[in-house]
Write a protein that binds this ligand. Structure first.
Ligand code: ATR
Length: 286
């Protein structure tokens, strides 16, 4: 949906996303239809902010009374130092993707964790007490892992090409979630575990031909989730489908991190059906 001039008034509030680069962002296509659907007098725009300007930009956005901001690459970690308050979830993830202007102060949140967990609903899993294998230990993995552990997963196995990185992430998570077991493992070890769910958080599969694991080597697997949304069916998900395993891609996570941000800003339930339709339309065009 295009935001036309006649919809912008003296009272219109401003929301947006900061990143560098930023022109590819899907968020305006997600958030503007949501404001329009609920009759909220607001617009959502992109701001290209270079790393060296992050502090100035955040102070400037507050000075201009911008109400809420999404934060994307490369600012998700650096942004911490400019915040007045950070939610527990964002602190555990170590990254922020959403800011709310609270009377001239920024409050930082990370909606990736809840967005990911919400996206799993179609699988019908009761995550509490589950065993989950996670491929990857990068930035996206941290949000997914915190979501899973907050949802009560009892055993989380982290497998990453760079094993050292998996160990560091496992130790970090174990410090926050002492009652649950978080372990770095090799792919061979992971294949032997009885997993209710396997999640791919690596970028492998976005090029269509590559897969981060061979599912037929897993002894006992319940379901598969890939956080990649383009292509909509990665080779990993194609194999899951062939093996008859319930599976889903990252479209839901993308949608629900956005609906959670909308609610964090406005205090209102997001118009999910409208946002889902807007996202589908946008994704079908690119
Ligand atoms: P993001 O923020 O999207 O998570 P990232 O922090 O760069 O991006 O993490 C990318 C993840 O994909 C990492 O787990 C990375 O593994 P390494 O830590 O070993 O680099 C994984 N990844 C990327 N390309 C890969 C490949 N060709 N094979 C296996 N894993 C790969």
């Amino acid at each position: 949906m295009r935001v036309i001039e006649s919809m912008i008034h003296g009272t219109t509030q401003i929301y947006g996303v900061i990143g560098d680069p930023i022109s590819h962002s899907l968020s305006p296509s997600l958030q503007n239809p949501a404001f329009a659907a609920l009759g909220i007098d607001a617009v959502y725009v992109t701001f290209r902010v270079a790393p060296s300007s992050l502090g100035d930009a955040l102070r400037g956005l507050l000075a201009l009374n911008v109400q809420g901001i999404n934060v994307t690459v490369p600012h998700k970690n650096e942004v911490f130092q400019y915040l007045d308050e950070v939610t527990d979830t964002a602190r555990k993830i170590g990254a922020v993707n959403t800011l709310r202007n609270d009377s001239g102060h920024w409050i930082g949140e990370n909606t990736d964790a809840t967005g990911f967990i919400r996206s799993l609903e179609p699988l019908g899993l009761n995550l509490s007490g589950c065993s989950v294998g996670m491929l990857g230990a990068g930035g996206a993995a941290r949000g997914v892992a915190v979501g899973l552990l907050e949802a009560g997963v009892s055993r989380l196995f982290i497998c990453n090409r760079n094993y050292e990185r998996a160990i560091i992430l496992a130790e970090l998570l174990q410090a926050s979630f002492g009652q649950q077991s978080v372990k770095a493992v090799s792919l061979e070890q992971l294949e032997k575990e009885e997993l209710n769910l396997l999640v791919n958080t690596t970028t492998v599969g976005s090029e269509r031909y590559a897969s981060p694991a061979k599912l037929n080597r897993f002894d006992n697997l319940g379901a598969v989730a890939d956080i990649i949304y383009r292509p909509s069916q990665t080779p990993l998900l194609l194999e899951a489908e062939k093996l008859g395993l319930p599976n889903l891609n990252g479209g839901g996570m993308l949608l629900y991190q956005g609906t959670a941000a909308f609610s964090f800003w406005t205090g209102r339930p997001a118009p999910e059906i409208i946002m889902c339709k807007a996202l589908d339309e946008h994704l079908s065009k690119i």
